[in-house]
Design a protein around this ligand. Sequence first.
Ligand SMILES: [Fe+2]
Length: 499
Amino acid sequence: MYASKGFFLDKEMLEFLSELKEENVREIMNILSGLNIKKKIITKKLFDKYSDKFSGFLIDKNKRSEIKLLSPINFSSGKITVMDFVRHFRGRYEFLKGILEKRKFDNLSSIRKIGNNNGFWTTIVMISGKRITKNKNLLIEVEDLTGKSIILINRENIKLFSEAKKLLLDDVVAFRVSGSNKMLFANEIIFPDAEIKKEKYGVADNYIAFSGDFHIGSKMFLEKNLLKFISWLNGNIGDGRQRAIAKKVKYLFLTGDNIDGVSHYPGQEKFLDIKTCKEQYLKLEKILKEIRGDIKIIMCPGQHDSVWVGEPQPVISKKWASGLYDMKNLFMVPNPSLIKVEGGFKILMYHGASINGFINEIPEFRMKFGHKHPTIIVKEMLMRRHLAPTHGVIDYIPHNSKDSLIIDIVPDIIATADQHRAEINNYNNILIVASSCWQSITPFEKKVGNIPDPCKVPLFNLKTREIKIIDFSDEQKEICWEVGDNLACKINKNDKENE
Ligand SMILES: [Fe+2]
C-alpha cells in the first residue's frame, strides 16, 4: 500500500501505523500523497510535523481507550472546485432523504414523476427559494434530483404557515402536497428530526462540566472567575455539597473560542491584553494545567481559535499550541465532533457559529428571543439533522464523501457555545447544553444586542441525569430555570474562609 503511493516508511512509522485500523492507514496515505512531500522515506518525526492534518481521525493512541471520537473527518487538502459543492449538496440531500424515507410515506414521489398528474403526493425536496405573494401566501421554490417545482402555503392555514416561515434555504424536508407539478399546495411539512427513544443512565456517579469561550488574551477575559472555577474543581472552595460535586467531575468539555485570537475584526488589537496567538495558547496551557489531572478535558476549536474559520474545523495545531500536546488529560478534537464517554454517552460538541445565522434568518426567533435562548436554535438544528443548513450563513468546507455538519448519529447530549449564555433544554430526550463564557461584554455583542451571561457552568450527572449550573460570577446572580428547585447554586468568594 505504501510503495504504491511512492513512499517508504521507517521502522518507527511502520510500527505506529500497524496499530491503527486499515481504513485510517489508507486515509493517512491518501493525505500524505496529497501533501507534495519531497522526501521519499516517511519518518515518524516527519509525520508528526504534519500531525494536525491527521488529527481529524486520530486520537493519541495512549488516550484512545478512554475517549472515543465517533466522527472522524478527513480534511482533504487541495483545490476546491464547483463540483465539490455540487457533490456536497447532492450527498446531503441523499442522506437526509434516506432518513425521511424511513417514515414510509404514502404516494412518495419525485418531482418529475408528479408531472402534470393531479393528486395527493409526498415529495422530499431541498428548499431553493422563498417569497411572499401579493395575496400574502408563502411560495416555496423546491427541487430534488429530478426537477424543480413550487409549493404554495396558504396563509389561512395558520399552523402550517407559521411552520413554513421557519424554513431555511437548503433545508431538506418532506411535503405532503396536492396538485400537479405546475403548482403544489402544501398540507404538511415533515422534518428529518432526531429522537432518543430512551434516555441513557450511566453506572458511575460522575459529572460532566460544560464550558468554553475562555477568550484568553482579551482585555475582557474574566481570569479571576475562571481561576475560581478551577479552584472549585480542585476541591479548594465551596461548601460541603459543592465540594462533593466537584470531586465527581470527571470530564470537562470546552466547546471552542479557547483564545480570543488576533485580527478577527478590525481594531481587535485595542481589546487585547496578549497580542499573539502563541502567547494566548501559552496562557491557556498554564491555566488548563492547574486543573486536577484526573479530569479529562475535551476541547474543540471555535471561530476565535487559530484554525481556519470554515467548518469543519481541524484541531488546533502544534504550530500554535505545542504545549497542549504534552497534556495527558487533554483531548483535542475537531469542531464539530461526536465524542463517546463512559456509559456509552454520545456527546456532539459544536461551537455554534451558525446560531447567529438561524437567529437572523428566522424572523420569529429574531424578534421573540434575539440571542437569549441558544438552545431553542439547537432544537432547530436537531429537527433538520444539520448544524448549519443554509449556504452562505457560515463558512464551510464542502466534502465529496460526507457533509460533516450533518447530524448523522443522534447524540445523547449536544453541547454548544458561541452565544456566551448558559442554558439547558431537552428535545425528544436529547439533552441540549449551551455553555456560558469567561469574557465580559464585547463591543460586538453590544452592537448585536447579545448580552452575555458569563461564569456559569452547567454540570450533568451521568448516573442520575441531575443537572446543576454553578455560578462563578462576581455578581452572584442565581440561575433558576425551574422555580423552587435546587438546580443553581453559588460559590461565594468567602466560602473557603467561612469553613
Ligand atoms: Fe466566543
